[in-house]
Design a protein around this ligand. Structure first.
Ligand SMILES: Cc1cc2nc3c(=O)[nH]c(=O)nc-3n(C[C@H](O)[C@H](O)[C@H](O)COP(=O)(O)OP(=O)(O)OC[C@H]3O[C@@H](n4cnc5c(N)ncnc54)[C@H](O)[C@@H]3O)c2cc1C
Length: 364
């Protein structure tokens, strides 16, 4: 994976970032390497790995191009896990196996214009009919939305039941009534195409409801720790990129007759990056091992996500300072790291929400 990132991702990262195109060729190569199925068993077309291997791979990929890592991480986890756990054998054949081979793209939709952190406000409605469900509503901020072949979508089945009425539905994009907006223009992670998604009387069969009635949020809760630690692993990869570029630049750039790395204030920045990276690795991979051992660890995962993402935001800011005016130029990659790191603040829960849930563990 490290070689693939060095030889195929880093040399093309700038081009993808500038064009904002979906990186179909790299995505297919990752599938051929078995990465898209890394956390699924071989019996469904996966590679038989685990969360630790998944996160190591995502960290490495994020070192090359965060948006490619984000798309890949989504395909491996949120976009396909409900399908894996609750889909029928036919759905596995028709969608899961092709997705793990990189032939179909999946997306995962919680967020609506009025429902961001507050999932209780989800209003996309799934109404029961005699032969399944009919879905009406819209979603926003859908990663891979414009290219998705199928979507795992959080819907409300009975507003009176509030959170207990929420259920996930599997909705292929060729379902009549499905459409999407044009791709959003975003600050960073520019190859992970985002859009709104619309459902206008989309009929789906009963087996496309994922999970037991009344326990719809289990689809999310079973992987929430894994989502947060996946974001932590992306943060670690981006942190390594920012730190590696900073170290190289500190040694090359000479001012006042010395490489700037000889100045203590620059050394302090590198030291902070290194200490936070080491601590972040310890937190992240402690959690992946807990997940692999099936030990509940949502609080540890939330802390690791919070720490590694705050650390990478600081590391990218310090990298911009180390590069001086050249950090501000589009010629160097640090500007991309600085733009891309912002995405990590939202995915898997905002830091205000995470701080609230972490504190709740201690203030009960
Ligand atoms: C690049 C990108 C990709 C994304 N991909 C997806 C995707 O694929 N699928 C998907 O469903 N969503 C996706 N999202 C959306 C993301 O999950 C949401 O942005 C996130 O859930 C936060 O919702 P919001 O942006 O509406 O913020 P809001 O919830 O409106 O929050 C606004 C501010 O208020 C704060 N806040 C909210 N509630 C509280 C509280 N209780 N206490 C304290 N502070 C609070 C927040 O922390 C934040 O600072 C993506 C977003 C981005 C930027």
């Amino acid at each position: 994976m490290a070689r693939f990132v060095d030889e195929e991702v880093i040399p093309t990262a700038r081009e993808y970032d500038e064009s904002g195109e979906f990186p179909f060729d790299l995505f297919k190569k990752l599938a051929d390497m078995g990465i898209l199925g890394i956390r699924y068993p071989k019996k469904v077309g996966g590679s038989g790995g685990n969360t630790t291997l998944y996160c190591i791979s995502m960290e490495e990929l994020a070192r090359g191009l965060l948006s490619l890592a984000a798309i890949t991480a989504m395909q491996c986890l949120m976009a396909t896990n409900g399908l894996y756990l609750y889909g029928t054998k036919e759905m596995h054949e028709q969608y899961l196996r092709p997705a793990l081979r990189g032939e179909k793209i999946g997306a995962f939709q919680l967020t609506e214009p009025e429902a961001g952190s507050d999932l209780g406000a989800v209003s996309t409605l799934a109404t029961k009919t005699k032969d399944g469900y009919v879905i009406n509503g819209m979603k926003t901020w859908s990663t891979s939305g414009p290219y998705g072949d199928f979507h795992t979508v959080l819907c409300q089945t009975d507003p009176d039941k509030e959170l207990k009425g929420l259920m996930f539905f599997f909705i292929p994009s060729d379902t009549p009534g499905f459409s999407h907006s044009k791709k959003f223009d975003t600050l960073g992670t520019r190859t992970s195409s985002l859009s709104e998604i619309y459902f206008n009387n989309c009929h789906v069969p009963p087996e496309y409801m994922l999970g037991e009635p009344g326990r719809g949020l289990d689809v999310l809760l079973t992987i929430l720790a894994e989502i947060r630690i996946m974001i932590a692993s992306l943060a670690l990869g981006l942190h390594r990129a920012a730190m590696g570029d900073s170290i190289r630049y500190c040694k090359e750039r000479v001012q006042f007759g010395k490489p700037i790395g000889k100045y203590q204030l620059i050394q302090a920045k590198i030291a902070n990056m290194a200490v936070n990276l080491e601590a972040g690795h310890l937190m992240c991979y402690k959690v992946t091992h807990l997940i692999d051992d099936k030990v509940p660890c949502l609080n540890e995962a939330s802390m690791a996500k919070y720490f590694t993402v705050e650390s990478v935001c600081s590391a990218c800011d310090e990298a911009m300072r180390i590069f001086g005016a050249y950090g501000y130029s589009m010629e160097y990659n640090v500007q991309r790291y600085y733009r891309d790191n912002r995405f990590l603040l939202y995915g898997g829960g905002t830091h205000e929400v995470l701080q609230t849930t972490i504190a709740r563990q201690y203030l009960r």
